[in-house]
Design a protein around this ligand. Structure first.
Ligand SMILES: Cc1cc2nc3c(=O)[nH]c(=O)nc-3n(C[C@H](O)[C@H](O)[C@H](O)COP(=O)(O)OP(=O)(O)OC[C@H]3O[C@@H](n4cnc5c(N)ncnc54)[C@H](O)[C@@H]3O)c2cc1C
Length: 502
């Protein structure tokens, strides 16, 4: 859908009736949106910021069977995630590709290596032997930049998202925009109530792009607001047996060595968790950390302590040591971990289950989603579609939609990048891109691949960003100069300040 049609559809929402309204445009919400649209429901998805503006832009982009959860013997989760990984590889082969991972065990005793190798076999079996068999290797390209302690690795196979997690999110939406199904960014839900007589939800929306308040009706609501799900439930007085524990995860992006070919997995210094070095365009992502935080907002910006601990751990593995000055980008998100609402423990987040939970409030049809991952988005969407099918009859099933191919995308070069990126005009016209940050962070990977969020180490790309900003319309009448200034301030706060304190 192009921008004109999209804006007309936005302006036309008031008073409309939908079968389902989904709140939250992260991976859980958008994948469900796609499934409900193709099942024949009329669906509205509303996102308070940009699509994938929450945790779904900050992942490791792995579609994995949950190898690390073998340490807590959570075989059920590993089984389900492995099944999900295979589904994603089969059905979305343009977006999800198989990928060799190299595990570099910390302890070098023969006993430990045997144990790790045996675990990889169990993992492979739990994945029904569909991936390549685990194997030991002594010669691999990454030895060129790794410190001498690493002489042996164990290879195993997982899958990985191509391009980025944020673009993966977008693809679920773009092919399903018509008279019955709309997905809208920058449109928070600000209020609403359930009418038990009419059996319908009335929701008040604040569209920040066309600057108006609208009301819509829905027979069922899905709260897929990720780490904000508990706040949203409280706002609408929805009681649920579950809640979220929030776990912050930070990556640093460093310049990629030419011999860094595949994701490398290391043990953390305490041996309790894993840490990855993931090649991604011109950078290698190192992380993530895992720390409990009290509020979502506390987790979406890296602290100097996160970066210091990541760098000190990283330098144990490298021949050439890195400093804060080498860091190209920071990447930060908050994992929503599902726990029972009576949980008051202080376990390390790593100890908590990674299972997702879904709760239906039958009195006022409202479904709350807890603890989802990118890997299991399809199984989760199918599960919720089935639940909705029990009380909202399907209208007529429409032809199965496929997630859109992007061959016709207009590509341009960006200073300092070898890879071409989608043009700003194209993203505005075709992909509901409203601000400079949407473009640099979620429609392209510029802000993660070019230093200082794409501004350049010394701000040398500022004028280029100014030109690009002429394309964006954020609904507030912001000029290109103001948009760049706002972006610069954000980078100064979330990147320059953090690294200066390291
Ligand atoms: C560091 C890190 C690495 C990870 N790596 C992986 C990995 O490799 N593989 C994997 O499978 N998973 C990974 N995960 C987990 C995965 O990224 C998340 O669990 C997943 O993205 C959560 O998606 P979501 O849609 O539930 O939440 P989100 O992506 O946070 O989406 C929720 C959305 O709801 C919106 N919202 C909130 N309130 C409202 C409101 N009132 N009105 C409208 N919209 C609202 C928010 O703006 C947000 O966009 C990782 C997580 C982290 C933090």
């Amino acid at each position: 859908m192009n921008i004109e049609k999209h804006l007309t559809a936005r302006a036309d929402l008031n008073g409309r009736n939908y079968d389902v309204v989904i709140i939250g445009g992260g991976i859980s919400g958008v994948c469900l949106y796609h499934h409900l649209c193709e099942a024949g429901y009329s669906v509205l998805l509303v996102e308070k910021a940009d699509f994938s503006g929450g945790t779904s832009q900050a992942s490791a982009m792995m579609i994995w069977g949950g190898l690390l959860y073998l340490r807590t013997l959570d075989l059920g989760t590993v089984w389900k995630l492995s099944k999900s990984r295979e589904r994603m590889l089969r059905d979305f082969s343009e977006w999800v590709k198989p990928c060799t991972f190299r595990y570099l065990p910390r302890q070098r005793s023969v006993y430990w290596r045997f144990l790790v190798h045996a675990s990889l076999y169990v993992y492979w079996l739990l994945g029904l032997c569909r991936r390549g068999k685990p194997s030991a290797c002594n010669i691999f390209p990454e030895l060129e930049f790794l410190s001498k302690q690493h002489r042996r690795a164990l290879n195993y196979e997982e899958a990985q998202l191509q391009t980025s997690d944020a673009r993966f999110v977008l693809q679920w939406l773009l092919s399903n925009q018509d008279d019955y199904c709309q997905a809208i960014n920058y449109c928070p839900v600000v209020g609403g109530s359930y009418d038990p007589h009419g059996k319908v939800w009335n929701l008040d929306l604040e569209d920040q792009i066309i600057n108006c308040q609208q009301s819509v009706r829905a027979r069922c609501i899905v709260n897929s607001a990720g780490v904000w799900a508990d706040t949203l439930n409280a706002q609408f007085q929805i009681d649920s047996p579950y809640k979220h524990v929030l776990s912050k995860g930070v990556f640093v992006g460093i310049p990629r060595e030419s011999k860094h070919e595949v994701p490398l997995i290391f043990d953390t210094p305490d041996g309790q968790d894993g840490v990855a070095m993931i090649p991604w365009g011109p950078v290698s992502l190192w992380g993530p950390t895992e720390t409990a935080v009290d509020t979502p907002n506390a987790g979406f910006c890296a602290d100097p302590s996160d970066v210091i601990s990541l760098l000190s751990d990283l330098n144990r593995h490298l021949k050439k040591k890195m400093t804060a000055a080498d860091i190209v980008s920071l990447r930060c998100g908050v994992r929503p971990l599902a726990v029972h609402k009576s949980y008051n423990g202080h376990d390390h987040p790593f100890r908590l289950s990674r299972r997702h939970r879904v709760h239906l409030d039958r009195d006022s049809p409202w479904i709350s989603v807890y603890g989802s991952k990118i890997t299991n988005c399809v199984l989760l969407a199918e599960h919720i579609t089935k639940i909705i099918g029990q009380f909202v009859p399907v209208r007529d099933a429409r032809p199965r939609a496929t997630i859109r191919r992007t061959v016709d995308m207009e590509m341009i070069s960006f200073p300092g990048l070898d890879q071409l990126v989608p043009s700003a005009t194209w993203c505005v016209q075709q992909e509901m891109c409203c601000t400079l940050e949407d473009y640099l962070r979620r429609r392209t990977n510029i802000s993660q691949w070019v230093p200082r969020g794409g501004l350049g180490a010394n701000g040398e790309h500022r004028n280029y960003l100014l030109q690009l900003s002429e394309a964006f319309v954020d609904g507030k009448g912001t000029t290109a100069e103001e948009m760049v200034e706002t972006y610069e301030r954000k980078i100064e706060h979330q990147f320059d300040r953090v690294l200066a304190e390291c």
